[in-house]
Write a protein that binds this ligand. Structure first.
Ligand code: GTR
Length: 467
């Protein structure tokens, strides 16, 4: 089976520390993604309430899409515009100028098996105060291998115990290895080796390009500490209701790493074989990144749950809801998304201190997700006909593994319309049975985590499409 080939990039070859000179094509694509005027969309409370899943092949005006051309020209841009307006916020434009600086390069890393380097992406236009660091590991015995692009929770230095890797000098979460008072320390080096498993990826003949989410936007409710404000209008100081939330900003970060691979590393890896991967909130992001960028050939959101591959219209009370996710993580989605549930008022404890609301309290407020003009099957469908694997864990009911399978089923008509293999099974498989069709699924035993066993599945799935 062949993977879909992206159209050849019109960009000139770029080398380290040279400015990117050819973003016009990507900028045009980005404009196309938002070409439906969002101002035409009604406010959430004027949308019709419908408990059933919106048909991915029916336009907002009720017209049915029956051809590839109509999908590409009408429904796909409409869905992109709807997701941006009501849920994730607008994808910021591609920078007009970014440069790449290699910070170190070791051609004999991992016992001689790999070339390890770290590259800093500098944003010059618009000028962003913070660069993105990409840890890049490429097997030495494979010519132009496929590459996984991943976003990590804790910093590149946690992937390998190597003192040359950049230590973040910005906010890091206190639960990450070696973090003291929200700052990374040397003690964290190599603390997540068994999450990213670079040795396994290299042994299986693939490369990894990994970056820290905090380089794009720290995972805090403060929207001023990341790249977001660089894209505000003159005079704007807070996000508009459809400005990008943190997940959309992170997805933009994935795209910048894809730029690097295409423009500066295309002799080292094959830019037609790029897979994106992330766990949980980073999995939600990987799915959004794939849906909005066709240079990405395979999409793997691991245990991505609500706001990722799980339905917003869920009746499963064990699974995270739209109201719960917005209450716990108000910064992940755009302002308009908060209109799809009744807000939970601030909770104050006996001493008058504001505290996070308890789950029982959050559950007392109603959901209005039936008004969403899409559900998450439409986000999966935006990847059509590229392979999308949804790996899950059987004890991770919060991420709604069964609901995610239903989303694959509901996305399948779009794959079929495009003449692609869709979902090979109609029922959720038993534990440890990989469904390796273009719409793929896997359920392993255990809890919410990314571990070596998950990578074995990612690699096996990708082998089928990348071979
Ligand atoms: C959970 C959250 C999920 C998921 C997860 C994670 O607490 O409710 O939506 O994103 O965190 O990222 O680990």
């Amino acid at each position: 089976m062949q993977i879909p080939l992206v159209s050849p990039s019109p960009c000139l070859p770029l080398f380290h520390s040279r400015p990117a000179v050819c973003y016009w094509a990507a900028a045009l694509l980005a404009m196309f993604a938002t070409s439906i005027p969002a101002a035409d969309f009604p406010p959430a409370d004027r949308l019709p309430s419908r408990p059933e899943l919106p048909d991915p092949l029916v336009l907002l005006d009720g017209a049915r899409v029956t051809s590839r051309e109509a999908w590409e020209a009408k429904r796909k841009p409409e869905l992109k515009a709807l997701f941006q307006h009501y849920m994730y916020g607008r994808l910021p434009p591609t920078p007009t100028r970014q440069t790449y600086t290699e910070l170190f390069r070791d051609e004999k890393a991992l016992g001689g098996k790999a070339t390890l380097s770290e590259v800093r992406i500098n944003f010059e236009q618009p000028s962003l105060s913070h660069p993105v660091y990409v840890l890049f590991a490429v097997p030495n015995n494979v010519k132009r291998p496929p590459v996984f692009v991943g976003m990590n929770f804790c910093g590149n230095h946690t992937l390998l115990g190597d003192s040359r890797i950049h230590l973040p000098d910005i906010w890091c979460r206190n639960t990450c290895p070696g973090v003291v008072n929200e700052r990374a320390t040397d003690k964290g080096r190599g603390g997540q080796t068994d999450v990213w498993n670079i040795d396994l990826i290299i042994d299986r003949g693939c490369a990894l390009a990994c970056f820290y989410s905090g380089d794009i936007d720290p995972d805090t409710p403060d929207m001023t500490d990341g790249v977001g404000p660089a894209f505000y209008r003159p005079g704007q100081s807070t996000p508009e209701p459809d400005d990008a939330g943190t997940i959309m900003l992170w997805a933009w970060g994935f795209h910048r790493v894809v730029d690097f691979l295409e423009q500066s590393a295309k002799d080292q890896i094959d830019p037609r074989r790029i897979a994106v991967v992330g766990h949980s909130r980073n999995g939600k992001t990987a799915l959004v990144a794939g849906a909005f960028d066709e240079r990405i050939a395979v999409v793997i959101p691991l245990q991505s749950g609500c706001g990722g591959a799980a339905p917003s219209r869920t009746t499963d009370t064990r699974a995270e809801s739209v109201r719960q996710i917005n209450t716990s993580f108000p910064h992940w989605f755009c302002g308009n998304f908060k209109k799809f549930y009744d807000p939970v008022p601030p909770q104050v404890d006996a001493r008058g201190k504001t505290v996070p609301p308890r789950r029982e309290v959050v559950n007392q407020f109603s959901e209005k997700t039936n008004r969403l003009p899409f559900d998450q099957h439409c986000l999966i469908a935006l990847c059509a006909s590229r392979p999308v694997l949804l790996p899950n864990a059987d004890e991770d009911l919060w991420a709604n593994p069964s609901g995610q399978f239903e989303m694959l089923k509901a996305a399948a008509p779009v794959y079929k319309l495009l003449g692609a293999e869709a979902l090979a099974e109609n029922a959720k498989p038993e534990i440890n049975q990989l469904i390796d069709s273009r719409l793929g699924y896997f359920l392993r035993p255990g809890k919410h985590a990314m571990a070596r066993a998950d990578w074995e599945i990612f690699l096996t799935y990708c082998d089928k499409f990348f071979r």
